[in-house]
Ligand binder design. Structure first.
Ligand code: FPP
Ligand code: MG
Length: 473
């Protein structure tokens, strides 16, 4: 029987860290964050957990913040202002680009960005400069600068009915424009000497914009994914390809990536641009890996012959690339924007947490595909098998029922294969073991949080590691 352990991800560079002295607020959580009302549409796992404690299983630790409650106003704000980034000169393009944002999503990726910002802002050596840049006009990080239209009026060359006075007409050839006088950024402040790093719960405008960027990338990937998977439903509503067709859906995904790139460069942090650009590449690599496992021949892709153990390696690698990379690198990017530097542990903790949480999240997603139906997932259950995909439950079931092997090899394409595979999974411990594997990753994510000073955000990140494995949505 396969035994899983999650490697010591906290020290990916095999370096020993000397943790700075940090002013730690005592472990108390704000009243607002403790309000115990379940977020609409999401079961409150936290309530269930607290009930167990009340039922006499030991003294109750301080109630931990509900992650969604803690950041509800910020999530609401960023969802509203995100739509401003998506206007285009073509109303139908704007409509498709906004389509998936109009249906409520879990907003897990923006939530992670905001929580990591709050959990680490003030701790990094570069915090003072970042805070100064955020507040200082003309320094490149201020809110006004981030909110300037993403397409500059002097280089805007498409006709836009919303900005007629800035629109270059195509009736004539384009004339030379008067160059803009560049803003002279003020001199940065002197560096504070010997100050103890102190956690501050504030968020920088760049971090809020990053939260929007990660959601836009996620939505762009879903638009493309729904074309590839020929999905007719998403979140219980017609998918974008079902509503607008494949071509417009692909183009809308590309448009979102274009807007994302412009917004990303405005953050003024090359390291973050690199991180997020690599996520986009990872998403494509993950999708190719998945396609290859099913359609290598038709697509003319070279398929590496795989045996049992390779199937696992490929499955987990695909899971990281498709799902966990955005969570890991998005979290890390938030910490970079807060001024945490190379050699400090904070970026590594954020990455390790996001990577483990993301893998746990996807493993549970794969379990839900066996357990749930349309009412819970907003799409029919068994979708993975119908796409020819052998995920965790099927791979574990194969270890107990060798008959699963031929079904996996022929991608469940013969009449009755899907039903037989579901039955084999049901008669195995595949679902349970996939959940155990998810639990091991979630536990590792929780463990790496130990190096953070106590805060509401840290408590909320802990709660997420429990929710992610207990979720039914
Ligand atoms: C959903 O997976 C899909 C993803 C997590 C990533 C898809 C990535 C691409 C299509 C590559 C292109 C990327 C960009 C950024 C344009 P799923 O099918 O398992 O989940 P679902 O059930 O929600 O569809
Ligand atoms: Mg899909």
């Amino acid at each position: 029987m396969r035994r899983w352990s999650v490697a010591g991800v906290c020290t990916p560079c095999r370096r020993s860290y000397s943790l700075p002295t940090v002013t730690r607020p005592s472990r108390k959580y704000s009243i607002q964050a403790q309000t115990k009302t379940a977020t609409p549409g999401q079961p409150d796992v936290l309530l269930a957990h607290d009930q167990t404690l009340k039922d006499g299983l030991g003294p109750a630790p301080p109630a931990r913040p509900d992650p969604y409650k803690l950041l509800a106003p910020q999530l609401e704000h960023l969802r509203g202002t995100l739509l401003n980034l998506l206007g285009s000169s073509h109303p139908s393009l704007t409509e498709i680009a906004k389509y998936y944002f109009l249906h409520p999503s879990k907003q897990l990726r923006p939530l992670l960005v905001l929580l990591w910002s709050q959990a680490t802002n003030g701790l990094g050596g570069g915090w003072h400069m970042k805070k100064w840049a955020a507040e200082c006009e003309g320094a490149g990080g201020r809110t006004e600068d981030l909110d300037r239209p993403l397409t500059r009026p002097d280089v805007l060359n498409d006709w836009n009915p919303n900005m007629p006075e800035h629109t270059a007409s195509f009736h004539n050839s384009f004339s030379l424009q008067t160059p803009r006088t560049p803003l002279q950024p003020p001199l940065p402040p002197p560096l504070p000497s010997h100050e103890t790093p102190t956690l501050t719960a504030s968020l920088l405008p760049t971090q809020i914009r990053l939260a929007q960027i990660v959601e836009m990338i996620h939505v762009a990937s879903l638009l493309h994914d729904d074309v590839i998977d020929v999905s007719s439903l998403r979140r219980g509503a017609p998918s974008a390809p079902a509503a607008f067709g494949n071509k417009l859906t692909i183009l809308a995904g590309d448009f979102l990536l274009g807007r994302t790139s412009a917004a990303l460069s405005r953050l003024g942090e090359n390291e973050v641009v690199e991180l997020i650009a690599s996520v986009i590449a990872n998403l494509v690599e993950g999708e190719i890996l998945q396609l290859k496992s099913v359609h290598a021949e038709e697509l003319g892709l070279v398929r590496t012959p795989s045996v049992g153990s390779e199937n696992w390696a490929i499955y987990l690698q695909k899971t990281y690339l498709k799902t966990a990379s955005l969570m890991a690198k998005g979290s890390r990017a938030a910490v970079v924007l807060g001024g945490c530097r190379e050699g400090e542990v904070w970026k590594e903790v954020a990455y390790a947490y996001g990577r483990n949480l993301g893998i746990a999240f996807q493993l549970v997603d794969d379990v839900l595909d066996y357990e749930a139906g349309e009412s819970t997932l907003g799409k029919p259950g068994g979708a993975d098998l119908k796409l020819g995909l052998a995920t965790g439950p099927a791979l574990f079931a194969w270890e107990e029922h060798p008959e699963m092997g031929p079904l996996i090899k022929r991608k469940f394409e013969q009449e009755g294969d899907v039903e037989l595979a579901r039955d084999l999974v049901r008669r195995s411990s595949g679902v349970e073991r996939t959940r155990d594997l998810a639990r091991a990753h979630a536990e590792k994510a929780r463990e790496v949080l130990a190096v953070l000073p106590d805060s509401d955000a840290k408590g909320a990140l802990e709660v997420l590691t429990e929710r992610v494995v207990k979720r039914t949505w």
